[in-house]
Design a binder for this molecule. Sequence first.
Ligand SMILES: Cc1ncc(COP(=O)(O)O)c(C=O)c1O
Length: 474
Amino acid sequence: MADEDSSPISGLYPYAERFGVIDRLPEKGRARDEILAELRTMATEEDGFWQTGQCSGTMYCGDTSHYAFLNEAFNLYSHVNALQRDICPSATRFEGEITAMALDLMHADAVKEHHPGESPRGSVTSGGTDSIITAVLMYRDKARADKNITAPEMILPKTAHPAFEKGAHLFGLKVVHAPVHEDTTLVDMDFVRANINENTVMLVGSAGNYPYGTIDPIDELSALALEHDIGLHVDGCLGGFILPWGEQLGYDIPPFDFRLPGVTTISADTHKYGFGLKGTSVLMYRDKSFRDHVYFMTPEWPGGKYNSPGIAGSRSGGLLAAAWASMVSLGREGYLRYAKAIFETAFAMQKIVRAHEELHMMGNPTFCFSFTSDRFDIYHLNDFMHGRGWRFNGQQYPNAIHMCVTRPQTQPGVVEKFATDLEAAIAYALDPPIEQPKSGAIYGGVPKDVPGVDELVKNILVDYLDRCSDVPAR
Ligand SMILES: Cc1ncc(COP(=O)(O)O)c(C=O)c1O
């Protein structure tokens, strides 16, 4: 069973056998119908993989009529460049209103209570990583301007998304990694407290973090940030558009937003639980003075006085229109309804995991949960579940696998299949036919049939893109 491959893609040249490989512009353009048929074939087959509801995260809405509606909205603006606002005032409307709706969800009204005179603002970026690296750039430049800090540092929980490290790498910040408590998976606040120094420009907390879905003690981080007059970024890329509904539904979700006076920026992804199309996220600032640091202007360029509001230059008007359309079409009632089903499904799946003494839940999660085992390598269980069509995300230190519950899991029968398959997977993992599991802790897409982690890492980092462009001879 574990040997069966349920993934639609394998090998380094996907679809080469059926459609060939293109390595230069075709001499003559191909017929549109033919191209669309090819695209449709690949899309339909790939959609079939997650539409079963057995794929963790990534497909947040899963509702084909919602996607069709968003595509119609996208279609009207797909050709529009949101950098050229004079010819598309609608983009200003979309971005302004997306930001306003997100700020409202993050209780930006509370800012006025704590910091009278401050005005919360935001902007739409291309995704979670973009929002996070933009925040890192902002904190670096703000600290340089306000405090003359030239060797900036950030304190980063071990569980925080790699986008922060990417930002630190790009913009020259030192990263101080804070450990997390083994039992709760939450950041060690004593470590954070002890490691703040005169160069610390930002703290980070996740609501929730990607590996375990747990929520750092943002209230304590907020108090520390205020005490030391430093920034606090809350990474709500994953949880920002679902946790507020969980709180409203009465689940135990601590405040993580602008109600906490030390929270200075929040990222929340419209392309995750905002149910928009891929390619948008919202970065929110406690005050517009923070955002001023990410505007880039260069007035002397021969091409004109250049001015962009973030890292990107040209941006898609279509994606802004689709994110806006998603939010206003669902409204509070729609988001709450979807969230209720997601939370109920996530807790039902967690109950199934907790019923097995061989398995161990990581911390106290909500919509996204992770589990491990001290009886066997959890990747044996993962191998078996993969053979039954499941795609979990792999964690390491310790080895664990996670399920980020989205709407496709709320379909009838998915929880029941999870229960049945998990039971069989435990039996397999307790007595696996092979010593080394085939799966491992990899984030993101990888060529499938590459044995051994070292080989795999080599393939991803060194060979993969090279080989994709170094196409076989015609
Ligand atoms: C908690 C968290 N932060 C940031 C990101 C990065 O988002 P993106 O992949 O949209 O860049 C993710 C992605 O899953 C995430 O889960």
